[in-house]
Design a protein around this ligand. Structure first.
Ligand SMILES: [Zn+2]
Length: 394
Protein backbone atom coordinates (compact mmCIF):
# COMPACT_ATOMS: atom_id res chain seq x y z
CA UNK A 1 0.00 0.00 0.00
CA UNK A 2 1.45 3.36 -1.07
CA UNK A 3 -0.15 5.52 1.64
CA UNK A 4 1.97 5.11 4.79
CA UNK A 5 4.67 3.19 2.98
CA UNK A 6 8.39 4.03 3.04
CA UNK A 7 8.08 5.25 -0.54
CA UNK A 8 5.27 7.56 0.51
CA UNK A 9 7.39 9.15 3.24
CA UNK A 10 10.29 9.52 0.84
CA UNK A 11 8.04 11.43 -1.50
CA UNK A 12 6.74 13.58 1.36
CA UNK A 13 10.31 14.51 2.33
CA UNK A 14 11.15 15.41 -1.28
CA UNK A 15 8.02 17.56 -1.64
CA UNK A 16 8.58 19.34 1.67
CA UNK A 17 12.24 20.01 0.76
CA UNK A 18 11.18 21.47 -2.58
CA UNK A 19 8.47 23.65 -1.05
CA UNK A 20 10.43 25.03 1.90
CA UNK A 21 14.01 25.17 0.60
CA UNK A 22 14.35 25.01 -3.16
CA UNK A 23 11.38 27.24 -4.03
CA UNK A 24 12.33 30.07 -1.61
CA UNK A 25 15.90 29.93 -2.88
CA UNK A 26 14.78 30.23 -6.46
CA UNK A 27 12.43 33.09 -5.60
CA UNK A 28 15.21 34.94 -3.76
CA UNK A 29 17.59 34.48 -6.64
CA UNK A 30 15.06 35.73 -9.21
CA UNK A 31 14.01 38.70 -7.12
CA UNK A 32 17.62 39.57 -6.37
CA UNK A 33 18.64 39.62 -9.99
CA UNK A 34 15.53 41.62 -10.89
CA UNK A 35 16.37 44.22 -8.28
CA UNK A 36 19.92 44.46 -9.58
CA UNK A 37 18.68 44.95 -13.11
CA UNK A 38 16.21 47.56 -11.97
CA UNK A 39 18.97 49.36 -10.15
CA UNK A 40 21.19 49.38 -13.20
CA UNK A 41 18.34 50.57 -15.39
CA UNK A 42 17.61 53.30 -12.91
CA UNK A 43 21.18 54.51 -13.05
CA UNK A 44 21.18 54.34 -16.85
CA UNK A 45 17.93 56.25 -17.01
CA UNK A 46 19.27 58.93 -14.74
CA UNK A 47 22.36 59.26 -16.90
CA UNK A 48 20.21 59.40 -20.04
CA UNK A 49 17.97 62.07 -18.60
CA UNK A 50 21.05 63.98 -17.60
CA UNK A 51 22.66 63.76 -21.00
CA UNK A 52 19.40 64.68 -22.74
CA UNK A 53 19.16 67.79 -20.63
CA UNK A 54 22.77 68.53 -21.41
CA UNK A 55 22.21 68.05 -25.13
CA UNK A 56 19.26 70.41 -25.09
CA UNK A 57 21.30 72.82 -23.04
CA UNK A 58 24.22 72.70 -25.44
CA UNK A 59 22.11 72.85 -28.58
CA UNK A 60 20.31 75.91 -27.40
CA UNK A 61 23.51 77.76 -26.49
CA UNK A 62 21.27 79.64 -24.15
CA UNK A 63 22.51 80.11 -20.62
CA UNK A 64 19.09 79.80 -19.02
CA UNK A 65 17.91 76.78 -20.99
CA UNK A 66 18.68 74.30 -18.26
CA UNK A 67 16.73 76.39 -15.83
CA UNK A 68 13.75 76.34 -18.17
CA UNK A 69 13.80 72.55 -18.19
CA UNK A 70 12.94 72.64 -14.52
CA UNK A 71 10.50 75.49 -14.42
CA UNK A 72 7.37 73.40 -15.06
CA UNK A 73 7.67 71.96 -11.60
CA UNK A 74 7.79 75.40 -10.10
CA UNK A 75 4.42 76.84 -11.06
CA UNK A 76 4.09 78.84 -7.90
CA UNK A 77 7.25 80.80 -8.43
CA UNK A 78 7.52 80.62 -12.15
CA UNK A 79 6.26 84.10 -12.98
CA UNK A 80 8.49 85.74 -10.44
CA UNK A 81 11.56 83.85 -11.50
CA UNK A 82 10.99 84.42 -15.17
CA UNK A 83 10.71 88.12 -14.52
CA UNK A 84 13.86 88.23 -12.45
CA UNK A 85 15.82 86.21 -14.92
CA UNK A 86 14.74 88.16 -17.98
CA UNK A 87 15.66 91.40 -16.28
CA UNK A 88 19.06 89.98 -15.55
CA UNK A 89 19.41 88.61 -19.04
CA UNK A 90 18.77 92.05 -20.53
CA UNK A 91 21.34 93.58 -18.24
CA UNK A 92 23.78 90.88 -19.14
CA UNK A 93 23.35 91.39 -22.87
CA UNK A 94 23.71 95.13 -22.58
CA UNK A 95 26.80 94.82 -20.46
CA UNK A 96 28.27 92.25 -22.79
CA UNK A 97 27.78 94.43 -25.86
CA UNK A 98 29.13 97.47 -24.15
CA UNK A 99 32.28 95.76 -23.00
CA UNK A 100 32.89 93.62 -26.06
CA UNK A 101 35.40 95.83 -27.83
CA UNK A 102 37.24 96.45 -24.59
CA UNK A 103 37.46 92.75 -23.84
CA UNK A 104 38.87 91.95 -27.26
CA UNK A 105 41.46 94.63 -26.87
CA UNK A 106 42.34 93.40 -23.39
CA UNK A 107 42.50 89.76 -24.54
CA UNK A 108 44.85 90.66 -27.38
CA UNK A 109 47.09 92.58 -25.01
CA UNK A 110 47.07 89.68 -22.56
CA UNK A 111 47.90 87.15 -25.27
CA UNK A 112 50.92 89.12 -26.37
CA UNK A 113 52.04 89.51 -22.78
CA UNK A 114 51.68 85.87 -21.85
CA UNK A 115 53.65 84.85 -24.94
CA UNK A 116 56.70 86.13 -23.15
CA UNK A 117 57.54 83.50 -20.59
CA UNK A 118 58.93 84.78 -17.33
CA UNK A 119 62.50 83.83 -16.62
CA UNK A 120 62.55 83.61 -12.90
CA UNK A 121 60.65 84.83 -9.92
CA UNK A 122 62.61 86.76 -7.37
CA UNK A 123 63.14 85.34 -3.94
CA UNK A 124 63.95 86.98 -0.69
CA UNK A 125 67.50 85.78 -1.01
CA UNK A 126 68.06 87.75 -4.16
CA UNK A 127 69.59 91.16 -3.97
CA UNK A 128 67.40 94.22 -3.80
CA UNK A 129 68.57 95.58 -7.13
CA UNK A 130 67.97 92.43 -9.08
CA UNK A 131 64.50 92.05 -7.70
CA UNK A 132 63.63 95.63 -8.27
CA UNK A 133 64.64 95.48 -11.89
CA UNK A 134 63.13 92.19 -12.92
CA UNK A 135 60.54 91.06 -10.40
CA UNK A 136 57.80 93.59 -10.72
CA UNK A 137 58.11 94.16 -14.44
CA UNK A 138 57.52 90.49 -15.02
CA UNK A 139 54.92 89.93 -12.41
CA UNK A 140 52.56 92.69 -13.37
CA UNK A 141 53.02 92.08 -17.06
CA UNK A 142 49.78 90.16 -17.40
CA UNK A 143 47.85 92.49 -15.20
CA UNK A 144 46.23 94.06 -18.22
CA UNK A 145 46.42 97.55 -19.60
CA UNK A 146 44.76 99.15 -16.60
CA UNK A 147 47.52 98.31 -14.14
CA UNK A 148 49.21 101.41 -12.80
CA UNK A 149 52.99 101.37 -12.65
CA UNK A 150 53.07 103.42 -9.46
CA UNK A 151 52.75 100.28 -7.35
CA UNK A 152 56.21 99.12 -8.21
CA UNK A 153 57.68 98.22 -4.84
CA UNK A 154 61.13 98.78 -3.57
CA UNK A 155 62.36 95.33 -2.74
CA UNK A 156 64.71 95.97 0.08
CA UNK A 157 65.57 94.12 3.16
CA UNK A 158 65.34 96.64 5.92
CA UNK A 159 66.09 96.72 9.58
CA UNK A 160 63.35 98.07 11.78
CA UNK A 161 64.25 101.29 13.61
CA UNK A 162 63.72 99.63 16.97
CA UNK A 163 65.93 96.77 15.88
CA UNK A 164 63.42 94.13 17.00
CA UNK A 165 62.27 92.29 13.93
CA UNK A 166 65.25 92.89 11.71
CA UNK A 167 64.13 92.07 8.18
CA UNK A 168 61.16 93.20 6.17
CA UNK A 169 60.37 90.71 3.47
CA UNK A 170 60.27 92.05 -0.06
CA UNK A 171 56.70 90.92 -0.62
CA UNK A 172 55.50 92.94 2.34
CA UNK A 173 56.32 96.05 0.36
CA UNK A 174 54.39 94.96 -2.71
CA UNK A 175 50.99 96.49 -3.44
CA UNK A 176 50.86 98.76 -0.41
CA UNK A 177 47.11 99.31 -0.88
CA UNK A 178 46.24 95.63 -1.03
CA UNK A 179 44.60 95.21 2.34
CA UNK A 180 41.23 93.87 3.42
CA UNK A 181 39.08 96.15 5.48
CA UNK A 182 38.03 93.80 8.27
CA UNK A 183 37.53 94.52 11.96
CA UNK A 184 40.48 93.70 14.17
CA UNK A 185 38.73 91.54 16.71
CA UNK A 186 35.95 89.80 14.92
CA UNK A 187 33.20 88.29 17.01
CA UNK A 188 32.11 85.30 15.02
CA UNK A 189 28.49 84.37 14.52
CA UNK A 190 27.32 81.31 16.32
CA UNK A 191 26.67 79.16 13.30
CA UNK A 192 25.83 75.62 14.40
CA UNK A 193 24.02 73.75 11.65
CA UNK A 194 24.81 76.44 9.13
CA UNK A 195 25.74 75.27 5.68
CA UNK A 196 27.73 77.35 3.24
CA UNK A 197 27.57 76.48 -0.43
CA UNK A 198 30.74 77.58 -2.17
CA UNK A 199 31.53 77.51 -5.86
CA UNK A 200 35.09 77.74 -7.15
CA UNK A 201 36.63 78.45 -10.53
CA UNK A 202 33.81 80.43 -12.12
CA UNK A 203 32.21 82.45 -13.39
CA UNK A 204 31.21 80.43 -16.42
CA UNK A 205 28.03 79.54 -18.26
CA UNK A 206 27.19 77.21 -15.37
CA UNK A 207 27.13 80.14 -12.99
CA UNK A 208 23.91 81.34 -14.60
CA UNK A 209 22.13 78.10 -13.73
CA UNK A 210 23.52 78.10 -10.20
CA UNK A 211 22.32 81.66 -9.69
CA UNK A 212 18.88 80.65 -10.93
CA UNK A 213 18.65 77.85 -8.39
CA UNK A 214 19.80 80.13 -5.60
CA UNK A 215 17.16 82.69 -6.59
CA UNK A 216 14.57 79.95 -6.84
CA UNK A 217 15.18 78.86 -3.26
CA UNK A 218 15.99 82.34 -1.99
CA UNK A 219 19.47 81.33 -0.83
CA UNK A 220 22.80 83.06 -0.59
CA UNK A 221 26.09 81.39 -1.45
CA UNK A 222 29.76 82.18 -1.98
CA UNK A 223 31.71 82.26 -5.22
CA UNK A 224 35.51 82.03 -5.16
CA UNK A 225 36.14 83.34 -8.61
CA UNK A 226 38.69 83.16 -11.37
CA UNK A 227 37.93 86.37 -13.24
CA UNK A 228 39.43 86.62 -16.72
CA UNK A 229 38.59 90.27 -17.31
CA UNK A 230 36.32 89.57 -20.28
CA UNK A 231 32.95 91.26 -20.69
CA UNK A 232 31.14 87.95 -20.11
CA UNK A 233 33.09 87.28 -16.95
CA UNK A 234 32.52 90.80 -15.69
CA UNK A 235 28.79 90.65 -16.41
CA UNK A 236 28.47 87.40 -14.49
CA UNK A 237 30.49 88.77 -11.59
CA UNK A 238 28.11 91.70 -11.53
CA UNK A 239 25.15 89.38 -11.54
CA UNK A 240 26.58 87.42 -8.60
CA UNK A 241 27.20 90.65 -6.70
CA UNK A 242 23.79 92.15 -7.51
CA UNK A 243 22.10 89.01 -6.23
CA UNK A 244 23.80 89.57 -2.87
CA UNK A 245 26.11 86.59 -2.85
CA UNK A 246 29.65 86.78 -1.51
CA UNK A 247 32.49 87.01 -3.98
CA UNK A 248 35.88 85.80 -2.80
CA UNK A 249 39.15 85.68 -4.71
CA UNK A 250 40.36 82.33 -5.95
CA UNK A 251 43.03 83.16 -8.51
CA UNK A 252 43.56 84.82 -11.88
CA UNK A 253 45.47 82.03 -13.59
CA UNK A 254 44.81 78.92 -11.47
CA UNK A 255 48.23 77.65 -12.49
CA UNK A 256 49.62 76.01 -9.39
CA UNK A 257 53.23 75.99 -10.55
CA UNK A 258 53.13 79.67 -11.35
CA UNK A 259 51.28 81.09 -8.38
CA UNK A 260 53.02 79.00 -5.73
CA UNK A 261 56.50 79.68 -7.06
CA UNK A 262 56.93 82.43 -4.49
CA UNK A 263 54.92 84.69 -2.22
CA UNK A 264 55.55 87.48 -4.71
CA UNK A 265 54.14 85.41 -7.55
CA UNK A 266 51.07 84.58 -5.50
CA UNK A 267 50.50 88.24 -4.67
CA UNK A 268 50.81 89.19 -8.34
CA UNK A 269 48.17 86.68 -9.29
CA UNK A 270 45.92 87.60 -6.38
CA UNK A 271 46.16 91.31 -7.12
CA UNK A 272 45.19 90.75 -10.73
CA UNK A 273 42.09 88.80 -9.74
CA UNK A 274 41.29 91.30 -6.99
CA UNK A 275 41.44 94.22 -9.41
CA UNK A 276 39.31 92.46 -11.98
CA UNK A 277 36.58 91.79 -9.44
CA UNK A 278 36.75 95.36 -8.25
CA UNK A 279 36.53 96.67 -11.79
CA UNK A 280 33.52 94.48 -12.55
CA UNK A 281 31.59 94.95 -9.32
CA UNK A 282 33.09 97.71 -7.21
CA UNK A 283 33.62 95.13 -4.47
CA UNK A 284 36.86 94.93 -2.52
CA UNK A 285 37.02 91.27 -1.64
CA UNK A 286 37.91 90.25 1.88
CA UNK A 287 37.68 86.49 1.58
CA UNK A 288 39.69 84.17 -0.59
CA UNK A 289 40.37 80.52 -1.21
CA UNK A 290 43.77 79.14 -2.15
CA UNK A 291 43.72 77.11 -5.36
CA UNK A 292 44.03 73.53 -4.18
CA UNK A 293 43.25 74.61 -0.62
CA UNK A 294 45.65 76.12 1.90
CA UNK A 295 47.64 72.89 2.13
CA UNK A 296 48.57 71.39 -1.19
CA UNK A 297 51.52 69.77 -2.90
CA UNK A 298 52.58 72.97 -4.65
CA UNK A 299 52.81 75.52 -1.86
CA UNK A 300 54.78 73.62 0.75
CA UNK A 301 57.93 75.74 0.52
CA UNK A 302 56.13 79.08 0.81
CA UNK A 303 53.00 78.04 2.71
CA UNK A 304 53.76 79.53 6.12
CA UNK A 305 55.08 82.82 4.72
CA UNK A 306 52.19 83.06 2.29
CA UNK A 307 49.49 82.47 4.88
CA UNK A 308 51.18 84.89 7.29
CA UNK A 309 51.40 87.55 4.60
CA UNK A 310 47.79 87.22 3.46
CA UNK A 311 46.63 87.25 7.07
CA UNK A 312 48.77 90.31 7.77
CA UNK A 313 46.96 92.05 4.95
CA UNK A 314 43.63 91.23 6.55
CA UNK A 315 42.43 88.69 4.01
CA UNK A 316 40.57 85.66 5.33
CA UNK A 317 40.84 82.31 3.64
CA UNK A 318 38.36 79.50 3.71
CA UNK A 319 39.09 75.87 2.96
CA UNK A 320 36.22 73.39 3.14
CA UNK A 321 35.09 70.42 5.18
CA UNK A 322 32.66 68.93 2.68
CA UNK A 323 33.93 68.03 -0.77
CA UNK A 324 31.43 67.17 -3.47
CA UNK A 325 34.36 65.95 -5.62
CA UNK A 326 32.66 67.41 -8.66
CA UNK A 327 35.98 68.65 -10.03
CA UNK A 328 37.26 65.09 -9.86
CA UNK A 329 34.49 63.90 -12.15
CA UNK A 330 32.10 62.54 -9.51
CA UNK A 331 28.81 61.16 -10.81
CA UNK A 332 25.44 62.48 -9.75
CA UNK A 333 25.12 59.76 -7.12
CA UNK A 334 28.65 60.21 -5.82
CA UNK A 335 28.21 63.96 -5.48
CA UNK A 336 24.89 63.59 -3.70
CA UNK A 337 26.26 60.97 -1.32
CA UNK A 338 29.47 62.90 -0.67
CA UNK A 339 27.67 66.08 0.26
CA UNK A 340 24.91 64.54 2.35
CA UNK A 341 27.12 62.13 4.30
CA UNK A 342 29.91 64.63 4.97
CA UNK A 343 27.49 67.42 5.90
CA UNK A 344 25.80 65.16 8.44
CA UNK A 345 29.17 64.67 10.10
CA UNK A 346 29.79 68.42 10.54
CA UNK A 347 28.49 70.94 13.04
CA UNK A 348 28.70 73.50 10.29
CA UNK A 349 29.58 72.74 6.72
CA UNK A 350 31.50 74.58 4.05
CA UNK A 351 30.69 72.67 0.88
CA UNK A 352 33.10 72.72 -2.03
CA UNK A 353 31.58 72.71 -5.50
CA UNK A 354 32.65 74.22 -8.78
CA UNK A 355 30.98 76.29 -11.44
CA UNK A 356 33.60 75.45 -13.99
CA UNK A 357 35.35 72.12 -13.55
CA UNK A 358 32.31 70.54 -11.95
CA UNK A 359 30.23 71.41 -14.96
CA UNK A 360 27.07 69.59 -15.78
CA UNK A 361 26.97 67.19 -12.88
CA UNK A 362 27.13 70.04 -10.41
CA UNK A 363 24.16 71.70 -12.08
CA UNK A 364 22.23 68.45 -12.27
CA UNK A 365 22.66 67.57 -8.62
CA UNK A 366 22.56 71.03 -7.07
CA UNK A 367 18.81 71.32 -6.70
CA UNK A 368 18.55 67.89 -5.09
CA UNK A 369 21.28 68.82 -2.63
CA UNK A 370 19.53 72.09 -1.82
CA UNK A 371 16.25 70.27 -1.28
CA UNK A 372 17.92 67.76 1.00
CA UNK A 373 19.52 70.54 3.02
CA UNK A 374 16.46 72.71 3.46
CA UNK A 375 14.14 69.83 4.31
CA UNK A 376 16.56 68.09 6.65
CA UNK A 377 15.36 67.45 10.16
CA UNK A 378 18.46 69.13 11.56
CA UNK A 379 17.10 72.39 10.21
CA UNK A 380 20.17 73.42 8.27
CA UNK A 381 20.44 77.12 7.60
CA UNK A 382 22.07 78.03 4.30
CA UNK A 383 24.01 81.27 4.09
CA UNK A 384 26.93 82.98 2.43
CA UNK A 385 30.39 83.30 3.95
CA UNK A 386 31.46 86.62 5.40
CA UNK A 387 34.27 87.83 7.61
CA UNK A 388 31.95 87.12 10.54
CA UNK A 389 31.90 83.40 9.85
CA UNK A 390 34.64 81.54 11.65
CA UNK A 391 36.93 80.27 8.91
CA UNK A 392 37.07 76.58 8.13
CA UNK A 393 40.74 75.91 7.47
CA UNK A 394 42.72 72.74 7.01
ZN1 LIG B 1 40.04 76.01 -8.11
Amino acid sequence: MYFGSVRFFKHVIVVVTIIFIVVPCVICFVLGSQLKTADEENEKLRAEIGSRRIEEYETSCDADELFRLYKDSLDDKQGFLKLVYEDDADGYTAAADEGKAKAEESAAAQASETAEEPDAVPTMAESADETENSGEAESTGDAGTTEAPEQEPEFTHTVEPDGTSGVTAAYEMMYPDLYADVPENIVYNSDMDYVYLTFDDGPSKYTDSILNYLTMYDLKATFFVVPDGSAESNARLKRIADAGHTIGIHTASHEYNKIYESVEAYLDDFKLAYDRVYEATGIKCKLFRFPGGSINDYNESIRDDLIAEMTRRGFIYFDWNVDSSDALGATWTEMYNNVTSQTKACNRAVILMHDYNGGYNTILVLEDIIRWLISNERGYKLDKLTEFVKPVQF
